[in-house]
Design a protein around this ligand. Structure first.
Ligand SMILES: NC(=O)c1ccc[n+]([C@@H]2O[C@H](COP(=O)([O-])OP(=O)(O)OC[C@H]3O[C@@H](n4cnc5c(N)ncnc54)[C@H](O)[C@@H]3O)[C@@H](O)[C@H]2O)c1
Length: 277
């Protein structure tokens, strides 16, 4: 019988994190390193991924790799897997984290492009390519390696917007005509809901291969957004605030470690209560 503490331990486990150089990707990597694991940060921005990997090694004393990889391209993922296996001889965890996450609440001028009627097909295609096709390809290539070894964990990073519609009122900007009011793009909801389908499909597909697959649906993280937006969003959240940047780390460790050994095909909602209102 493993102790509760040991169930959360990740000593020597290798975790590939897509979008590893982004805001949350780095936090996932830090959490894994803190638990003794070896994070591999995959990102379009290879320099940033490498710099973060070095900083993680310095701070936590574990090996870490930063790799330049475009997860919309199967060959690039295969190359990243091969470098990971060269360095560590194994991969235990895949976190499908990369996604386009347009900040429509930011100061981006006229936002009418985000409205459904005008939403450009090339943006839709690109958002699906990164958030959904990228997660599929990484699961296919890296998940298959774990299935071959009869052990592994995949964690898909969804969003509270995987389970509820965006409340477009929080993105409104004063003085703009209705048809120019910015909205959270339709592609974001579709990508995130799609990830939940991918989670359930893979969980049952690989159930006999020792590969567990779950999703987490985090709520919005405070990262310097304008005060009015933050207030409007906070009003929709029972806990009355956005999440702190480090606040998902423990839930991530739960889901990628043996602590969640009796969990697969699930979606853990960590949203300050937003979806229960
Ligand atoms: N930030 C939030 O408030 C929040 C809330 C809920 C869910 N999420 C989800 O968490 C995840 C991370 O969000 P974030 O805020 O850290 O985003 P971010 O924009 O800071 O990071 C995304 C990273 O993905 C990388 N990326 C983009 N396209 C890529 C590609 N083709 N190949 C490899 N890397 C690519 C980017 O270079 C970037 O470093 C996303 O899935 C997002 O939807 C974020």
């Amino acid at each position: 019988m493993t102790s509760v503490k040991d169930a959360f331990d990740l000593t020597g486990r290798v975790a590939i994190i897509t979008g590893g150089a982004g805001l949350l990707g780095v936090k996932h990597a830090e959490a894994i390193a803190e638990m003794g694991g070896f994070p591999v940060l995959l990102d379009l921005n290879g320099e940033k991924a490498e710099a973060h990997a070095k900083a993680i090694t310095a701070a936590y004393g574990v090996q870490s790799l930063g790799l330049c990889s475009d997860i919309t391209q199967a060959e690039a993922i295969m190359a990243a897997l091969s470098k990971t296996l060269d360095a560590f001889r194994r991969v235990d965890i895949l976190i499908n984290n990369a996604a386009n996450n347009p900040k429509v609440e930011g100061d981006m001028g006229s936002q009418h492009w985000s409205r459904l009627e005008n939403f450009p097909l090339h943006v839709w295609n690109q958002d699906l390519a990164v958030g959904l096709t990228g997660a599929f390809l990484c699961s296919q290539i890296i998940g298959s390696e774990m299935a071959r070894r009869d052990k592994g964990v995949i964690l898909n990073i969804a969003s509270d917007l995987a389970v509820i519609a965006p409340d477009q009122r929080i993105y409104r900007r004063p003085g703009l005509p209705e048809e120019q009011q910015p909205v959270k793009p339709v592609s974001y909801s579709v990508v995130k809901a799609g990830l939940l389908g991918l989670t359930r499909y893979l969980a049952t597909y690989w159930v006999d291969k020792g590969v567990r697959v779950n999703a987490i649906s985090p709520g919005g993280i405070y990262a310097g957004q304008d005060a009015e937006f933050v207030q409007r969003l906070s009003n929709l959240i029972p806990l009355g605030r956005m999440a702190h940047q480090d606040e998902y780390k423990a839930a991530i460790i739960f889901l990628v470690s043996d602590a969640s050994s009796y969990m697969t095909g699930a979606n853990l909602i960590v949203d300050g209560g937003r979806t229960c209102w």
